[in-house]
Design a protein around this ligand. Sequence first.
Ligand SMILES: Nc1ncnc2c1ncn2[C@@H]1O[C@H](COP(=O)(O)OP(=O)(O)OP(=O)(O)O)[C@@H](O)[C@H]1O
Ligand code: SF4
Ligand SMILES: [Mg+2]
Length: 342
Amino acid sequence: MTVIDETAGAPAPATTTAPLLDVRDLHVEFRTRDGVARAVNGVSYSVEAGETLAVLGESGSGKSVTAQAIMGILDMPPGSIPHGEILFHGQDMLTMSGEQRRKIRGRKIAMIFQDALSSLNPVLSVGYQLGEMYRVHEGLSRKDAKAKAIELMDRVRIPGARQRVGDYPHQFSGGMRQRIMIAMALALEPELIIADEPTTALDVTVQAQVMDLLAELQREFNMGLILITHDLGVVADVADKIAVMYAGRIVETSPVHDIYRRPAHPYTKGLLRSIPRLDQKGQELYAIQGLPPNLLHVPSGCAFNPRCPMAQDICRTDVPELHTVGAGRGSACHFWKETLGE
Ligand SMILES: Nc1ncnc2c1ncn2[C@@H]1O[C@H](COP(=O)(O)OP(=O)(O)OP(=O)(O)O)[C@@H](O)[C@H]1O
Ligand code: SF4
Ligand SMILES: [Mg+2]
């Protein structure tokens, strides 16, 4: 709970027990010409230092919008946050002063996006852009900032960093550009990194290299990491826990290994069945039937009910709560016991 110091009108000092990031009952909606789209509908998750939370779900489930709310980069309007808390070390970023927020976002929380080419400035060298972090935030001279830029490029294993520091973004391959994005995010030694589909635009072998690098740096710096992806396959080796989103809600949350062994939600089961497996080569890949819902017309009851092979009458009328179904595990399904096979 956030404790407000009424005399100062500012959040009280953080307690040592508060998680690094604690998102509570977050709601985000967008006003559109056709009505209000509830893109995030009561999402809660937390991340500790040194921990990786993978956020999974199909396109449009609210993964990026949640991240944008944390980073403070939501389009407002049309977006708004009618309810919720985003606590960083126990302090709510939604109610703190603009100055306090600026000290956290970009500095203590950094973000890596999918598309490095559109995130980097095409007319400035990568060395200049990396060095800018130090010139602007830490007041370093051009020369010192350049030395830091080379150090960072070495850290993310860009071969020949010293020779390449003056090159422009388009002179690097996709994988190398994504390493530069990771370097930018690391520059100010953040406590939390949010990586939104950081490897989606890369081919498979490069994906694995970039993901390994990110996981290694996260461990080395003891950072929290929120890894957003629609690929359950990539997270098994890097995540500690998983939150599965569907239509703006978390439908399952679990330590990583439990979810692979025994999913507690039919949607997660479907996602797991859709991962290509080597022992099923040549067989047709399973796909969850139907499409994710239009957020302006979310089905009543459980939003997954039109696509769910286990749906019963109650699923069309009652929204399932996120039930506790085991240690650190939750499932928003009326039939979680049956899903677990209990
Ligand atoms: N600026 C905006 N205006 C209106 N609707 C928006 C806006 N940004 C996001 N949305 C809507 O919010 C919903 C959630 O979007 P979000 O980008 O979080 O999905 P996602 O889970 O990240 O999907 P993807 O896997 O495709 O990246 C979508 O239906 C999207 O259309
Ligand atoms: S609540 Fe019903 S429709 Fe929703 S996932 Fe569970 S069984 Fe399927
Ligand atoms: Mg997204």
